[in-house]
Design a protein around this ligand. Structure first.
Ligand SMILES: O=c1[nH]cnc2c(CCNCC3CCCCC3)c3[nH]c(NCc4cccs4)nc3cc12
Ligand SMILES: [Zn+2]
Length: 372
């Protein structure tokens, strides 16, 4: 019995959009869903209670960071990541691979695994598919990601093909090393770079390994947006309809709308919280850069169409003041709103799909947001 089950509830007749739910040991997740990113066992500047207030259903944990600090062994002794961080809803952990490539200085990739130096103290470490499974098993996440190589944008076809074939071999090793299958589900990650035939090959090889869910990797890595959307439109329908699809590292409101239209169920992105700490808010009328002097005496809410705690109690002038003074509260309030805004967008998309008006909703949102 797999720990993760997906139920397809409704398919849009005019696009790939769909509503479903993912059933996990720590609760159910309505899809399409956005997953706030919790890097070091915290969604930055957010209390778990605030995350529940804004209806966050699942958050991400970061295997690379938690392995280095405090150590997955300590988190295991604490009773797992849920207990350690006081979060009793579902958690998805990444494999650690992506961070090794994007954060650590030197990394040497071999069939066996990746040798790298910690970005914290320069100490040498080695992560393999088996080691990634051991760490994620210690963290106790509901959904684990296979150890993959995210092919850099611009890699040539031969490198991309060799890499996807190694990612498939690594996925097989992950599946074989994965214990605790009753309580933790393991998702495979489709690679193949910017090449449709390689995307097909990667998808087919991973489907043969029969995972309870599939991620699309190697996207949102610097390629033009329309190239990502084209690859999305091509690759997503290749994946099984009865399993969740997770588009990694995406994204901004416009990308979320396109991803849902292609049939993606799960998203994660650091933008919402990273922009917040930099004083930029997402609103229905587009981005608001609070440092702008025009908000100095603007006593209106961040977003007059948002009913969140922040928009009901604070003005742009006040939030700008906090951002200018680098007050801690600015990160808390703008993160709260940005996550609420994004989770509310997903809920509005789910309702629109249920009422057969998804494309109309998408068009309206894009017009108001200033995308079209
Ligand atoms: O092929 C991939 N394999 C594995 N992970 C990928 C990720 C990381 C997704 N967020 C993980 C989170 C885990 C918990 C902590 C935070 C990250 C990607 N992120 C992006 N784009 C956004 C990007 C972000 C930074 C550079 S590109 N493309 C990605 C492609 C892959
Ligand atoms: Zn708000």
């Amino acid at each position: 019995m797999s720990a993760i089950k997906y139920e397809l509830i409704k398919e849009d007749k005019r696009s790939g959009a769909r509503v479903g739910k993912i059933i996990t040991p720590h609760g159910e997740i309505p899809t399409p869903i956005f997953m706030p990113v919790g890097t070091r066992a915290t969604v930055k500047a957010m209390l778990p209670e605030s995350l529940k207030e804004i209806n966050a259903k699942i958050i991400l944990g970061n295997t690379y960071h938690l392995y280095l600090r405090p150590g997955d062994d300590i988190i295991k002794k604490a009773g797992g990541l849920h207990k350690f961080m006081n979060w009793d809803r579902p958690i998805l952990t990444d494999s650690g691979g992506f961070q090794v490539f994007s954060l650590s200085k030197t990394n040497d990739i071999t069939e066996e695994g990746v040798t790298f130096r910690s970005h914290i103290d320069g100490s040498r470490h080695f992560i393999s598919p088996e080691k990634s499974m051991e760490i994620q098993n210690n963290l106790g996440s509901d959904i684990m990601m296979a150890f993959d190589e995210c092919v850099p944008y611009g890699a040539d076809k031969k490198y991309t093909k060799d890499s996807l074939e190694m990612t498939t071999r690594w996925a097989k090793r992950c599946k074989e090393a994965h214990k605790n299958t009753e309580h933790q589900g393991l998702f495979g990650i489709v690679q193949g770079g910017m090449f449709k035939d390689l995307r097909k090959q990667s998808a087919e090889q991973l489907i043969d390994l029969d995972f309870p869910g599939y991620a699309l990797g190697g996207l949102s890595v610097g390629e033009p947006m329309d190239m990502m959307f084209d690859l999305l439109d091509y690759t997503t329908p290749l994946l099984p309809k009865d399993k969740p699809r997770y588009l990694m590292g995406v994204g901004s409101p416009d990308a979320l709308l396109e991803g849902v239209k292609s049939g993606i169920d799960m998203f994660d992105c650091v933008l919402q919280t990273r922009m917040a700490r930099n004083g930029t808010a997402l609103t229905s009328a587009g981005k608001v850069t609070l440092k702008n002097a025009k908000y100095k005496e603007d006593f209106t809410p961040l977003d007059d169409k948002c009913d969140c705690y922040v928009c009901r109690n604070y003005t742009k002038a006040y939030l700008r003041h906090l951002v200018i003074c680098k007050e801690i509260l600015s990160s808390m309030l703008v993160s709260y709103h940005n996550l609420y805004f994004t989770l509310k967008l997903m809920e509005n998309m789910r309702n629109a799909i249920m009422e057969d008006r998804f494309l109309e909703f998408k068009h309206e949102f894009e017009k108001e947001y200033g995308i079209i």
